[in-house]
Design a protein around this ligand. Structure first.
Ligand code: SF4
Length: 479
């Protein structure tokens, strides 16, 4: 706790003055109505502010108070609040809210324990409602507050709840009410979760930047377009991850391109909320076998061409490769096969790997190539926690590692290692033995680029704090 917190908060307050006000604060300023603040807060979880604002406007126009909300069916509420993250679950909570409020005379209580009895209200929401709607002492710790307080080194905590408890001890009470809106605005506009803009941050020299990979100062590179943020995530089932707030996460992270592996679904099996995420075009390549493999890409901008598969039936029927072509680069989204315990599929996997390498080489003759995906291999001992125990296992067997040597030896760049040389960075953890909590993991998800595109790579990272799958997303900022 070596930073001067007063100076940091004053600097952030001055910085965010011109920023958009977080939507929950805006509604509080506009209405001073605890019911409306509560509804907006419930809607805001895992959802972009613009989407929350529009959904809250629609719902509160139809239901400005608890009796009016009680007259709406759950399906009507769901229709009004779509596409906020977790919209079905939130509609169910809101449908039950009037009955729950009846225990408090039909009004929103200002006590944390009472707020926690309401449907859809967790600790973060309760704290936010208490502080914003009632101006009572509470510290609302969301992902931005938790993340920024840790990268400043003001707290050293693993969970938002632990951050809340630490801040209750150390943060002067005069900042409790405002810290959330300040750091949410700062986290959205400057100190972003992926590639924070340290180069233009007023705290740049004083900030310890613990665990941070700042964006690189933009350079003009001949033939390259503006910077793009790319994410890649093996979601281990798109329908499963949708129930954990995937749509809200896409909107919160707002990548330009989001490559998804293991969709485990045909587009016809997916809900509207996944087929049409506002602001994105979606492209699919599914396996013939239902519930198996499959890749997809969500893209803010329409590509000039979509290439499905590798043109080899044995691989394409498993829905493993999808490529988007833009004016100055290709994005190949690849889900590499798993060699399986005992390595019965190692031949199939190596054939796939070599076919993909040839495909990338062909495209790289024309323009830059970015390959993002689950490569299903930890390249070196540094890329997994227990290398000695896994030398015969799929994902770290010698032939798989040798192929990765061959691929990188041919000039492709493992972008993550351009920025992070140390151990302990993983993108996959077994569900067993609390592997993720103990960080006993493997780095098997990558963004690679062809050799000539190295100068266009601005930043690469791993978003290990994002839950929902046994993998976490990896990121690339590409000019
Ligand atoms: S210097 Fe970078 S890490 Fe530190 S607060 Fe500013 S943007 Fe965030």
């Amino acid at each position: 706790m070596t930073i001067d917190i007063e100076a940091f908060i004053a600097t952030v307050a001055a910085e965010v003055k011109g920023y958009q006000v977080p939507v929950v604060d805006l509604i509080a300023v506009q209405t001073k109505d605890p019911f409306k603040v509560l509804v907006a807060t419930i809607l805001s979880a895992r959802t972009k502010d613009e989407v929350t604002a529009q959904a809250a406007r629609r719902l509160l126009a139809a239901a400005p108070d608890p009796p009016a909300l009680a007259r709406l069916s759950e399906a009507e509420i769901d229709r009004l609040i779509y596409p906020v993250g977790f919209h079905q679950a939130k509609a169910a909570y809101l449908a039950r809210l009037p009955v729950a409020l009846a225990a408090f005379g039909g009004t929103v209580p200002d006590d944390i324990d009472q707020l926690l009895t309401l449907p859809g209200v967790g600790r973060k929401t309760a704290n936010l409602v208490r502080s914003v709607a009632f101006a009572k002492p509470a510290i609302c710790v969301d992902t931005h507050v938790h993340r920024i307080m840790n990268l400043w080194g003001y707290v050293q905590t693993k969970t938002p709840l632990a951050t809340e408890m630490a801040l209750r001890e150390w943060l002067p009470a005069r900042h409790w009410l405002t810290i959330n809106s300040l750091l949410v605005a700062f986290g959205q506009g400057k100190c972003k979760p992926v590639a924070p803009h340290c180069d233009t941050c007023p705290l740049e020299t004083a900030c310890p930047k613990l665990g941070v990979t700042p964006r690189k100062r933009p350079r003009i590179t001949a033939g390259s377009g503006p910077e793009k943020t790319l994410l890649s995530w093996n979601v281990n089932g798109l329908r499963a991850v949708e129930k954990k707030g995937f749509v809200g996460l896409v909107q919160a992270l707002a990548p330009d391109l989001f490559a998804i592996q293991e969709t485990k679904a045909l587009p016809g099996q997916l809900p509207e909320s996944l087929l049409n995420i506002p602001g994105y075009h979606a492209f699919w390549h599914s396996a013939i076998r239902k519930g198996y493999s499959g890749v997809a890409i969500y893209a803010k901008r329409e590509p000039i061409r979509v290439i499905t598969g590798l043109g080899i039936e044995a691989f394409d029927q498993e829905g493993r490769v999808l490529t988007l072509e833009y004016e100055d680069f290709f994005l190949i989204n690849a889900y590499f096969p798993n060699a399986q315990p005992g390595l019965p599929r190692i031949g199939f996997k190596l054939d796939f790997n070599r076919a993909l390498h040839r495909f990338a080489d062909q495209l790289a003759g024309a323009k830059s190539v970015v390959i993002g995906g689950d490569f299903n291999v930890a390249h070196r001992a540094i890329d997994l926690k227990n290398p000695q125990d896994n030398e015969e296992n799929p994902g770290y067997s010698l032939p798989e590692r040798q192929w990765m040597d061959e691929f990188l030896g041919a000039g492709y760049i493992d972008t993550f290692r351009q920025f992070h040389q140390g151990p302990g960075h993983y993108s996959w953890w077994s569900y067993r033995a609390q592997a993720r909590e103990r960080n006993v993991g493997w780095r098997i998800d990558y963004f690679c680029v062809d050799g000539k595109s190295r100068p266009r790579v601005r930043e690469a990272g791993i978003l290990s704090e994002i839950m929902g799958s046994d993998h976490c997303p990896v990121s690339l900022v590409f000019a």
